[in-house]
Design a binder for this molecule. Structure first.
Ligand SMILES: O=C(O)c1ccccc1N[C@@H]1O[C@H](COP(=O)(O)O)[C@@H](O)[C@H]1O
Length: 246
């Protein structure tokens, strides 16, 4: 294949979700379902040493409204030599400024995209591709506020955000998240068919074959995949994952 026609490789974003100062994984994003994996900075450095090009870093307390881990999140983001996608509780000018001040590559907006469309349109216009929107869905219904509250129809919201110039979507199937049950490939295909913007897949990755299946959707518009539980549960190593999609 000539370089002009070469298919881009799938980007992998190992996740570090922070709750009460610890790196954790949840099941279906449910508060109280945490398994703890220790110091978030050590987890992030482990993924960086293993060859990650991206880190998906989430302040879960900020997402749930149970406080925040802002100082610790900033320390982790600033300690990384790799690209960082920062998520959780970025809902107003103050939290956006704090997130961007960490030097992260981009931020991921969830609840605010559902509850404060005018603000989100404004920050998309001001910050371009530094802003991604997280479309966290059950079926085709979006969920906000730590995935506890319905936030409208996926495809109506996608059309609105597309028209406002949103650069990228991070699509999470909540029913799959943290379950090691495999990604929702149908959902990813449907979202890719509905938008020409790149899509980052999230939720359910359990095996290298899952990653290969997501990588097969790169021509349709999937740009990357977040990997969480499978790495912490040692279903495979990050080195193996990177090799599988290269
Ligand atoms: O990542 C999770 O497991 C998760 C679980 C429950 C809520 C949020 C979660 N993650 C990230 O948080 C943003 C949403 O935050 P907000 O609504 O903007 O405050 C979501 O996109 C996920 O990336």
């Amino acid at each position: 294949m000539s370089p002009v026609n070469a298919v881009k490789k799938l980007e992998l974003l190992p996740a570090v979700d922070v709750r009460d100062g610890q790196a954790v994984r949840l099941v279906h994003g449910e508060s109280g379902s945490e398994t703890s994996y220790g110091d978030p900075l050590q987890a992030a450095l482990t993924w960086q040493r293993a060859g990650a090009e991206w880190l998906h870093l989430v302040d879960l307390d900020a997402a749930f409204g149970t406080g925040d881990n802002r100082a610790q999140i900033a320390e982790v983001a600033r300690s990384m030599d790799i690209k960082v996608e920062l998520s959780g509780g970025i809902r107003d000018d103050d939290s956006l400024a704090a997130a961007l001040a960490t030097g992260c590559t981009r931020v991921n907006i969830g609840t605010a995209a559902l509850e404060d469309p005018e603000w989100v349109a404004k920050i998309i216009a001001a910050h371009g591709d530094k802003i991604a929107v997280g479309l966290d869905v059950r079926g085709t219904t979006l969920r906000g506020r730590g995935w506890t509250r319905d936030g409208g129809d996926l495809y109506e919201t996608l059309a609105r955000l597309d028209s406002e110039g949103c650069a990228r979507y991070v699509v999470t199937d909540i029913n799959k998240d943290g379950t090691l049950q495999g990604p929702n490939l149908e959902l990813l295909k449907n979202v890719c068919a509905a938008t020409d913007r790149p899509v980052v897949a999230s939720g359910g990755v359990s095996s290298l074959d899952d990653l290969r299946a997501i990588a097969a959707l790169v021509p349709e518009g999937v740009e990357g995949s977040i990997v969480g539980k499978a790495l912490y549960a040692k279903a495979f190593t990050l080195e193996e994952a990177l090799a599988a999609v290269s």
